[in-house]
Ligand binder design. Structure first.
Ligand code: OSB
Ligand code: MG
Length: 373
């Protein structure tokens, strides 16, 4: 294909309620979308990508304004210069730029969306999906009180969510987990996410979580603490799942061989794109390591693409793939729905959803026309 135009859209979307993790509280999602116009041998198409960088570099080094800059100055020029552009080579064309996996992932996603729209193939089919629906888990932020936590969890369980993930932090761990287990019983699929807030010195506290039959504990230690995660794994019964630490298939291979991860949270943005995400899925599956699809408070665009990824056979645990309504009163695409604990995988060509023009304009705070042929 030949790229004929590139536009970046920076959005500010209000959240239905504040989302608090060990690294901060968000009131809005500062989303970044990449729109690519392309000429293909089957005509003109538009492809959309979503960059999952957050407003501030607190979860990972990337942040929205930096992603706009690196995309505009280095990533787009590199793909424009490529001859015979195909999605499978975007990663290759961008390999000289160090880091910035979320920005690269968004560019690759937009090219892949355009390519699949031209080919008439859905994201799920292309990636190798084997399910029409995927189980829908919900990530529950840190609340002001145990009482409020129980109320919020009850609401999600009543809606039908298949799995609950509680965000934890030092001082907010054993008690909320105990309360949720006690209130809702042993059948609820329950897990926790520390977002790197603990150290190995906290292992006595973390070991107390073994009493609550959790599916896993996600990223207890810092991003670079692979060796320490392996030591912690020897001290806990609860399986350790890595999120922040797995930034590529190489770091997934390191984590698996060190015994630092019994489970991996695969987030396409964090690892540089959907294609690298599939490579991590394949590697983990070959090692008997479970994976599940993480979330980054995506709009309907990324949310739908994540559901497609989660339909691959190695995604054996419910993902952080909730309905649009979990975060947004109004999404910028047709909303993603959750029915009886499942989200349907879109089957129309490409990602299967695109921003609705009126809503894109309503929530857009800036537009950057990066390229026009
Ligand atoms: O650690 O999984 C995480 C949101 C933003 C940044 C990091 C994380 C999260 C979530 C939300 O837990 C997952 C979702 O989109 O539902
Ligand atoms: Mg996480």
């Amino acid at each position: 294909m030949m790229i004929t135009s590139v536009r970046l859209h920076r959005l500010s979307m209000p959240l239905v309620s504040p989302f608090t993790t060990s690294f901060g509280t968000e009131h809005t999602r500062e989303a970044l979308l990449v729109e690519i116009g392309a000429e293909t041998d089957r005509g003109e198409v538009t492809g959309w990508g979503e960059c999952v960088a957050m407003e501030e570099p607190l979860y990972s080094p990337e942040y929205v304004d930096g992603s706009i800059e690196v995309t505009r100055r280095w990533l787009i020029p590199a793909v424009i210069a490529a001859e015979d552009l195909v999605a499978e080579r975007v990663g290759h064309h961008l390999r000289h730029v160090v880091g910035h996996p979320m920005a690269k992932a968004a560019v690759e996603m937009a090219v892949l969306d355009a390519q699949l729209r031209a080919a008439g193939q859905s994201f799920g089919d292309y990636l190798g999906g084997v399910r029409r629906t995927v189980p829908s888990g919900v990530s529950v932020g840190i609340q002001d009180s145990i009482e409020q936590t129980l109320q919020v969890v009850e609401g999600y369980l009543d809606e039908g969510y298949a799995r609950i993930k509680l965000k934890i932090a030092p001082g907010w761990d054993v008690e909320p987990v105990r309360a949720v287990r006690h209130e809702f019983g042993d059948d609820v699929l329950l897990q926790v996410d520390a977002n790197a807030a603990y150290t190995l010195l906290d292992s006595p506290t973390l070991r107390r979580l073994d009493d609550f039959d959790l599916l896993l504990i996600e990223q207890p230690l810092a991003e670079n603490d692979l060796r320490q995660h392996a030591i912690l794994a020897g001290r806990l019964q609860t399986p350790i799942c890595l999120d922040e630490s797995v930034v590529s298939v190489v770091s997934a291979a390191d984590a698996i061989s060190l015994g630092a991860a019994e489970v991996i949270n695969v987030k396409p943005g964090r690892v540089g794109g959907y294609l690298e995400a599939v490579r991590i899925h394949d590697l983990a599956r070959a090692h008997g390591i479970a994976v599940w699809c993480g979330g980054m408070v995506e709009t309907g665009l990324g949310r739908s693409a994540n559901a497609a990824l989660a339909s691959l056979p190695g995604f054996v645990l419910p993902g952080d793939i909730s309905a649009s309504s979990r975060f947004y009163a109004e999404d910028i695409t047709e909303p993603v729905e959750m029915v009886a604990g499942e989200v349907a995988v879109d089957t129309t060509p490409g990602v299967g959803r695109a921003p609705l023009p009126d809503l894109l304009e309503k929530y857009r705070v800036s537009r950057h026309d990066v390229y026009r042929r």
